[in-house]
Design a protein around this ligand. Structure first.
Ligand code: AKG
Length: 339
């Protein structure tokens, strides 16, 4: 007997514009008091500080708020641990740096652009149609959307600042051996959706997946290992970090709707304080001075303005994965299990 696709029904319900879906069942961690039967705060009992947070645009780990979900073991959301300046830095990296070659872009089949963001401003004014065309770029091990198979010859260097950011969050949730090796950066506009799927291409399915959201908000659906399980709807706001681990790592998920953000944390002027060069024990970042300079230049509203224009109408999601097993050095290294 064919099973009922409860995932599809929920996806359609939230995707519709007319009639507008009710948002009363959407779990919002801003209004957690309305959802205490579904999600709860689970901050680690003993939180140690991380010397890297300040320079990566993050608040002190002691201020972070981590939530888990009763119906989804292994799923966690870290509620916006970023400063305003941090949000600007990461949004800008996703627009200015990550879509550069050799990374792959969805628009490659139409036109090969060495530097998409620069091309958008080639004639001075912003080329909005070209801006709106970008839907994804891939980093590190390049996700192959057709075969869903990673290969060693289809790999570009993984951005060291994103490896560092992922490591800080991984340490906080207890995944001390996590290595960021692949990422998909998804770009959404107000009418974009992402259909139901599972992420199972990685050799290592024990390692969690870290998903960072910026800009406009989204309704995120997460169900079970098959589509008969009715999904929960969760609101993801700018700065939120989702961690999909254990059972949740292989569950169906989707984005049926982008919603206007209720606040603009990237524009909070009170929170735009310059960072200064400090001692941070970085694992991946080699040039601290460059990092500090890249972070601080976004305080200047004129410099920040083109990125502001983009994010005012869009959402960006960086989805970071570990591909290999712990002691594996490449996809063709089959000896990692030998003792
Ligand atoms: O945009 C999101 O929040 C989810 C993205 C996602 O599911 C993916 O890249 O596999």
């Amino acid at each position: 007997m064919e099973s009922v696709d409860n995932f599809k029904s929920k996806f359609k319900y939230y995707k519709l514009n007319k009639p507008k879906p009710s948002l009363s069942e959407v779990i919002s961690l801003v209004n957690i008091s309305n959802h205490t039967d579904k999600a709860t705060n689970v901050n680690p009992y003993k939180v140690s500080e991380d010397s890297r947070t300040d320079l990566l645009g993050l608040r002190n780990t002691k201020e972070w708020e981590l939530y888990s979900f009763y119906s989804h073991p292994g799923l966690f959301i870290l509620k916006n641990p970023f400063t305003s300046l941090g949000q600007r830095y990461w949004i800008r990296k996703c627009l200015e740096k990550y879509p550069r070659k050799p990374n792959k872009l969805n628009i490659d089949i139409e036109v090969l652009l060495p530097d998409w963001w620069a091309e958008c401003f080639d004639n001075g004014a912003c080329n909005r149609p070209l801006q709106k065309k970008l839907r994804w770029t891939t980093l590190g091990y390049q996700h192959n959307w057709d075969t869903k198979v990673y290969t060693d010859d289809n790999r570009s260097p993984f951005p060291e600042e994103l490896a560092e950011l992922s490591d800080v969050v991984a340490q906080y949730v207890g995944y001390t051996g996590f290595r960021a090796e692949a990422a998909i950066v998804n770009y959404y506009h107000m009418d974009s959706t992402l259909s139901a799927h599972t992420d199972h291409s990685e050799v290592n399915l024990e390692a969690p997946l870290f998903s960072f959201s910026f800009g406009q908000s989204a309704i995120f659906l997460i169900g079970g290992k098959d589509k008969s399980v009715e999904p929960s709807a969760i609101l993801l706001d700018s700065g939120d970090v989702m961690i999909m681990s254990k059972e949740a790592r292989l569950c169906y998920h989707a984005v049926p709707k982008i919603l206007p953000a209720q606040t603009s944390p990237w524009a909070d002027k009170e929170d735009l304080n310059k960072i200064s060069y400090s001692d941070a024990n970085f694992k991946y970042i080699s040039d601290k001075k460059q990092l500090v300079s890249d972070m601080n230049k976004n305080i200047d509203e004129a410099v920040w303005s083109p990125f502001q224009d983009y994010i005012q109408e869009s959402r960006i999601n960086m989805n970071v994965r570990q591909v290999l097993n712990e002691r594996q050095s490449s996809l063709t290294d089959y000896h990692f299990n030998d003792t």
